[in-house]
Ligand binder design. Structure first.
Ligand code: GDP
Ligand code: CO
Length: 391
């Protein structure tokens, strides 16, 4: 893949946001293009791919879509499925494991599948700083909670980078593109603390309704982006539209960043990655004279606009309203938002999502003081549900 090297960036304290870079060539096969574009040679591409673990969160998605995602993730990247799928009535989880097991057997790919509600987590995590993740029966439901388990497994596998790709992607071709954008973007950033977030050119829904099929932007992300940009514009007193990826499920980062970042639960997770960085490395640094834990390197955030449309499952208005509230709740409860912006967030939730309550405050988890290797090896040795291609 060849990416256009972004020519502009904006700095907020120690957080550096790059303008969106486009995909110039989807498949450069190791050719490097001219100046102004960046691409990896074949060997380098293979090297970065093998150091990037890809986490796929799954909760009762269409098995066909799930299998397409699994087959699309480039083979050298270790695969980590974190599932919260049902095990009763229809045992969706056992189907997911079977899909991964068969593909691992055919391809030799490194893969680990874990279940979020596995009781084996309870004993392992209750002794650690992550005990708030558990609710008695297993790890709490929630996409963010699942992603944290994914980061722990990625660290246990020795990965240098961790990427996330949703399991409800109906186009395997877009999954291939996300992975290539992660590898290329992370290599281009060349930084200890870096992140690559996907900006969608078009976002669609399946099944197609009588509405527009390909939308220019997702509804919720449009609102979260504009609220975050409004907050930043006010704080810096220079108007900005730099944030285009506040809700991107598809994103990747260096493992060092992932392990130091505080994580939020449920659908607050993606927005909170940006908000927590902006709180600790911008607001607290610039206005309170504190230092942030990513000093002196700072954090680079790349945004890549892929060519394939993002087609994923349609989950209904109520789901979207909950997601919007959890995501906007992150900004609402942050020092980034002043009282005007809080009013605006409430109005936006009512007008667009018929959501009248105060948006929820995110539940936040710290993984900086836990030992991922110990946690994951203890979990895998006691779990009756997990799958590890190497055992
Ligand atoms: P949207 O694409 O932003 O509307 O969000 P989705 O509802 O599609 O969720 C994104 C991804 O997270 C999908 O692959 C879901 O299957 C997955 N997911 C949702 N909730 C959970 C959960 O509680 N645990 C795990 N492990 N995955 C989840
Ligand atoms: Co989705």
């Amino acid at each position: 893949m060849l990416l256009r090297v972004p020519s502009k960036f904006e700095v907020f304290g120690l957080v550096k946001f790059y303008e969106v870079s486009e995909v110039i060539s989807l498949n450069s096969m190791g050719l490097s293009g001219a100046s102004g574009v960046f691409g990896l040679g074949r060997d380098e591409l293979y090297d970065v791919a093998s150091k990037t673990a890809i986490v796929v969160p799954a909760k009762d998605e269409d098995l066909w879509a799930f299998e397409g995602v699994i087959r699309a993730i480039p083979l050298p990247s270790p695969l980590i499925v974190v599932s919260a799928s049902s095990r009763e009535h229809v045992d969706v989880y056992s189907h997911e494991v079977e899909v991964v097991r068969l593909l691992s057997r055919l391809t030799g790919r490194r893969a680990v599948v874990v279940h979020q509600r596995d009781p084996a987590w309870v004993e392992v995590l209750s002794k650690t700083g992550l005990r708030s993740l558990i609710d008695g029966e297993g790890v709490r439901y929630g996409k963010g909670e699942g992603m944290i388990l994914g980061v722990l497994v990625a660290s246990w596998l020795g990965a240098s980078y961790v990427g996330f790709i949703d399991s409800d992607n109906y186009l395997p071709g877009s999954v291939v593109e996300y992975a290539l954008a992660f590898y290329t973007g992370l290599a281009m950033a060349e930084s200890r603390y870096s992140m690559v977030r996907i900006a969608w050119p078009y976002k669609g829904k399946l099944p197609a309704t009588d509405e527009v099929i390909l939308r220019k932007k997702g509804r919720v992300s449009m609102h979260t982006n504009s609220v975050l940009n409004a907050a930043l514009s006010k704080l810096r007193r220079i108007e900005t539209e730099i944030v285009k990826t506040a809700n991107s499920g598809e994103h990747a980062m260096s493992i060092e960043l992932a392990l130091r970042l505080p994580w939020a639960g449920r659908y607050a997770v993606e927005t909170y990655e940006l908000v927590s960085l902006l709180e600790s490395c911008y607001v607290n640094v610039e206005f309170r004279g504190e230092t942030c834990s990513f000093a002196p390197d700072g954090v680079k955030i790349l945004q890549v606009e892929t060519r394939n449309p993002h087609i994923h499952a349609e989950k209904g208005d109520e789901h979207i309203a909950r997601m919007a509230a959890e995501s906007l709740g992150v900004v609402y409860h942050s020092p980034l938002a002043d009282s005007d912006l809080k009013v605006k967030i409430r109005e936006l939730l009512i007008t667009n999502y018929l959501y009248e309550d105060e948006p929820p405050r995110p539940r936040v988890y710290d993984i900086v003081d836990v030992d991922p290797r110990k946690i994951v090896s203890e979990y895998l040795s006691s779990s009756k549900l997990a799958f590890d291609s190497q055992s």
